[in-house]
Design a binder for this molecule. Structure first.
Ligand code: MG
Ligand code: MG
Length: 248
């Protein structure tokens, strides 16, 4: 079932989203060569708690951290470890905060020091594809309109669109109905309604779209070992369009 949020729920989702967005803004300054992903995770954990929230991902389906840290060819769900970031890496940070039972979910991909032109291109156009997708959102539009926009933009820029992982509804569960694919046809799928809250999250690859899961049962990587980027916002569907809840 796809829930329509009440005004009270929307207030709580706004607060959860705000904390989520602030967490990413806060973490960005620490993304430098030499820091470990475990250190980034600890910074995220402490920051979220200080805001009076709890990390949505910690122990979610057994995930062992507050932050997903996915480096270079890792697409999503990278587990923080003692791996140190290196000059020229890119890292996707995906985080959720839960405030009074309601969640926010957001992701960014950051350069580590100076990166290649190709990686900068990937980051720039993955972020733009997110805003392309969001531009389709308003009450009365279809879920497929979002995916169509993301896919058209990505393909026009020769980037691979990951299809096995999709966006989702957000509420008292960090992953709710409906699925929000990053591909699709215009005017297909469910109709968006005022008061729905969804996360849109394109994952684009510099190479092909094909992905696999590592033996840790979490980390998703590209099959061709080319880099991947990820951007995500949680948004409220409104009559006229949408409101980003996870602003940073
Ligand atoms: Mg996320
Ligand atoms: Mg998500």
């Amino acid at each position: 079932m796809i829930s329509i949020k009440s005004p009270r729920e929307i207030e709580l989702l706004k607060k959860a989203g705000e904390i989520t967005g602030q967490t990413l803004s806060y973490l960005k300054q620490f993304v430098k060569p030499g820091i470990t992903t475990k250190e980034l995770d600890k910074l995220a954990y402490d920051f979220i708690l200080k805001q009076g929230a709890t990390p949505s991902f910690l122990n979610y389906d057994g995930f062992p951290a507050s932050l997903c840290t996915s480096i270079n060819d890792e697409v999503v769900h990278g587990i923080p470890s003692n791996r140190k970031l290196k000059e020229g890496d890119i890292i996707s940070l995906d985080v959720g905060a839960c405030y009074k039972g309601y969640h926010g979910d957001s992701a960014i991909t950051c350069p580590v020091g100076k990166i290649s032109k190709e990686k900068a291109y990937l980051i720039e156009h993955t972020e733009k594809s997110l805003y392309e997708g969001l531009s389709a959102i308003k009450a009365g539009a279809k879920i497929g309109d979002i995916g169509y926009k993301v896919q058209s933009y990505a393909e026009a820029h020769h980037l691979g669109v990951v299809k096995e992982l999709v966006g989702h509804g957000v509420g008292t569960d960090v992953h709710e109905s409906p699925d929000v694919p990053n591909y699709g046809e215009k005017n297909t799928g469910i109709t968006l309604k005022e008061g729905m809250v969804i996360a849109v999250e394109p994952m684009l690859n510099l190479g092909t779209a094909d992905i696999s899961i590592l033996d840790d049962d979490w980390t998703i990587v590209t099959d061709d070992a080319m880099p991947s980027a990820h951007f995500e916002h949680t948004v409220l569907v409104t009559k006229e369009g949408y409101t980003i809840l996870t602003k940073r």
